[in-house]
Design a protein around this ligand. Structure first.
Ligand code: ATP
Ligand code: MG
Ligand code: MG
Length: 387
């Protein structure tokens, strides 16, 4: 459509769904990921991809040579290598490398948000010593959250320090990683808002959704969130303000906590498509993936974008994770979804592993109750296939 070729650092499921959205618009994509079987490469036979690491200068440079714009489906890339490749090959990069750098360290991300007036949980950078954590315990009380500053995902860099006696184990769990400690947030709900930012600096928010985590991994998304309009709007404004603080363009996922008094705190921001935005493929006219592609190649956004991303449709997204005991058992859930009207199944082309994100299921309907009854059938809580 626009003639620009988009290089994507990372070839997982987010890259795969970016490729799908790009190809519908005739926007060509090239993937950088090790191996030839990555989810995003499987569905893109147009031209050669790059076999290598998004942490390696040579590989990023090889991608840059083939492309006009580079983007990411994961933030854990080598930013210095990306900047060097950008300069040498004169490519655009969105989100901006500086934004990726800020965000990939969750503590500097928090400092940045505070500087821009965005409310976040109180936190402090800490040394990996028992004494430092005891001091945090006396200041914040227990429990508090100990987090790895970098390379965190699916809660794997987090440790809940419930009492002083957990400190040693927490340090052992997160050994050799830069750390920060965060005050415990006794949230009543977790929310998320996808926000797309255009190169002109306009921001558009998708509906505020509710995320439910299981073992620290996103399990369900309810769109729109089951909260009153005031909180919905507040979340939307907070998310847009947060994204306005990052120059450049692209899609961002803003995770938030709702506190018992209704106050909202930003938990963290992802500078890319996000698991909580998968529902947009079926519930919104322009998905988070298409919005990102449009933003980074400079294609127009629909006029009145927010009204097109309908909140009249209700949606539930269920993540499909690899079963703990039986390989491929998760496909049974997918079969039930195939039997269910108004449900669509997305599989990512990965080999099964316990707790691995294998795919997701979107359910859409005019009412949330109806979405719920369809979900009940899909997860096996009911034997009645909804019509
Ligand atoms: P992601 O896969 O979303 O990138 P992550 O590894 O970066 O996850 P976080 O988002 O920081 O981890 O935390 C994972 C989950 O842990 C949150 O969604 C929330 O349920 C819980 N959590 C995080 N921080 C706190 C906190 N300060 N207080 C209470 N619960 C928290
Ligand atoms: Mg994270
Ligand atoms: Mg998170």
């Amino acid at each position: 459509m626009d003639g620009k070729i988009v290089g994507i650092l990372g070839g997982g499921q987010l890259g795969r769904m970016l490729v799908e959205a790009a190809h519908r618009l005739n926007v060509k994509t090239v993937i950088l990921e090790s191996g030839t079987d990555a989810p995003a490469k499987q569905i893109n036979a147009v031209g050669a991809h790059v076999d290598g690491s998004f942490k390696d200068y040579k590989s990023i440079a090889a991608l840059a040579e083939k492309c006009d714009v580079l983007t990411v489906e994961i933030e854990h890339i080598d930013v210095d290598a990306l900047i060097k490749a950008q300069k040498e090959h004169n490519v655009e990069v969105y989100p901006l490398p500086e934004t990726i750098r800020l965000i990939q360290d969750k503590y500097t991300q928090k400092e940045h948000l505070i500087q821009h007036g965005i409310d976040v949980a109180e936190s402090v950078a800490v040394e990996s010593t028992e004494q430092a954590l005891q001091e945090v315990g006396s200041k914040y009380g227990y429990p508090f959250m100990l987090k790895a500053r970098t390379l965190a995902y699916d809660g794997r860099g987090n440790y809940v320090v419930k009492t002083e006696s957990d400190i040693r184990e927490a340090l052992n769990f997160l050994k050799d990683r830069p750390l920060y400690a965060e005050k415990w947030c006794p949230f009543t709900k977790e929310l998320s808002v996808m926000v797309v930012r255009t190169i002109e600096g306009e921001v558009f928010a998708y509906p505020t959704v509710e995320t439910i985590h299981k073992r620290n991994i996103c399990h369900l998304v309810y769109a729109p969130a089951r909260i009153n309009d005031t909180v919905q709007k507040k979340a939307s404004l907070l998310a847009m303000n947060a994204v306005k603080s990052f120059p450049g363009c692209g899609i961002f996922g803003v995770e938030m906590f709702v506190l018992p008094d209704g106050e909202l705190l930003v938990n963290e921001i992802a500078p890319r498509p996000h698991n909580s935005g998968h529902y947009t493929i079926d519930a919104c006219v322009t998905s988070q993936f298409e919005a990102h592609i449009r933003a980074v190649v400079g294609l127009p956004m629909p006029k009145g974008f927010t009204s097109l991303t309908t909140t009249i449709t209700n949606a539930i997204m269920l993540n499909v994770l690899g079963d703990d005991d039986v390989p491929n058992k998760e496909l049974e859930t997918c079969r039930r979804a195939l039997e269910t009207p108004n449900a669509s199944v997305y599989l990512y082309g990965k080999s099964t592993r316990p707790q691995r994100k294998m795919g997701h299921i979107n359910i859409v309907s005019s009412s949330m109750e109806d979405c719920q009854s369809r979900l009940d059938y899909i997860v096996g809580d009911s034997d009645l296939i909804p019509e």
